[in-house]
Design a protein around this ligand. Structure first.
Ligand code: SF4
Length: 293
């Protein structure tokens, strides 16, 4: 490893897309500075707000919880961790243990809500091919419901740059323009979602967790390999390897495109005829899937 570009210490990370190397201290300083910038630029947090932080026990969500807890006085916010148990044996039970341990260690209030307790099904009972579709739809639903119950002003999720870029490409490939637009549109209908790490590459979130000794679960969900998104992830990582910075470039293209689309389109928001939750359709996706379980 070369020396840090800011001091004489040994670097722990080479930021290829920026042409710099950083030691442990400067890595953390640079990481946090960029997250603060993202929060400020997007006006994500206001003083006095209660933030529900969605946690899974993985590196992204626990790092976000760590960051928000570290600076909660500076932001003037209250935080509350929410974990969802989708019913994935041998995986979710392990990650939830990490959530409980973290919250107890840092004295953070938390709640764990399960699909079984709410909807009487588990992801293990769903056809493998559709596990991620069900999981995503109902996890969003649970988080929205809990956010309303605890009176949260915002829901913070640990989505990083890689997650964001994967979803952009996925929606683009599927020609799903409604979802493409909705990625940033939810604040108009649900409890507003914020993603303070959306401009931070996944690898850097992992290093942040490591340098801060955050005890995260390293297991991968058994269903991840079956998803199309996994293929997209491999494809983007290959591109990034050959051309550093391409993830940022995809994100910026999306943002430019979105600002053009938003000027032209104001989508009509309806209420689901079955459950009353906001949706752009007559029956929301969650109710449609529930009828098939
Ligand atoms: Fe849910 Fe799919 Fe993620 Fe597993 S990989 S946690 S099933 S969305």
């Amino acid at each position: 490893m070369p020396k840090c570009s800011k001091c004489n210490k040994k670097a722990v990370y080479i930021k290829k897309y920026a042409g710099t190397a950083l030691c442990d201290e400067h890595f953390i300083e640079d990481f946090e500075k960029r997250v603060f910038r993202t929060i400020r630029k997007n006006k994500m947090i206001k003083r006095g707000e209660k933030i529900a932080v969605a946690v899974s026990g993985g590196k992204d969500s626990l790092s976000l919880l760590y960051f928000l807890n570290k600076y909660r006085r500076r932001f003037g916010i209250e935080i509350f961790a929410v974990a969802v148990d989708e019913g994935i044996k041998g995986y979710r039970d392990l990650t939830l243990k990490k959530v409980i341990k973290f919250c107890e260690e840092y004295e953070i209030n938390y709640r764990i809500v399960s699909f079984w307790e709410k909807y009487k099904f588990t992801i293990d009972k769903i056809d493998k091919k559709h596990a991620c579709d069900y999981c995503g739809v109902f996890r969003r639903r649970v988080l929205n419901e809990v956010a309303v119950e605890i009176n949260a002003d915002k829901i913070a999720t640990g989505h990083n740059l890689d997650d964001e870029v994967q979803v952009i490409l996925l929606n683009f490939i599927r020609a799903d323009i409604n979802r493409f637009i909705r990625l940033r549109e939810r604040k108009k209908v649900y409890t507003e979602r914020i993603k303070p790490f959306y401009e931070i590459p996944e690898k850097e979130v992992a290093i942040y967790a490591l340098l801060n000794n955050i005890d995260v679960c390293l297991e991968e969900c058994p269903y991840v390999h079956g998803s199309f998104r996994y293929e997209i992830r491999k494809f983007i990582n290959n591109l990034e390897e050959k051309s550093p910075g391409i993830k940022f470039s995809i994100l910026r293209s999306y943002e430019k495109l979105l600002s053009l689309i938003e000027k032209k389109e104001e989508k009509e928001i309806k209420k689901c005829r079955k459950c009353g939750m906001p949706t752009s359709r007559d029956i929301c996706k969650a109710c449609e899937l529930l009828s098939k379980v």
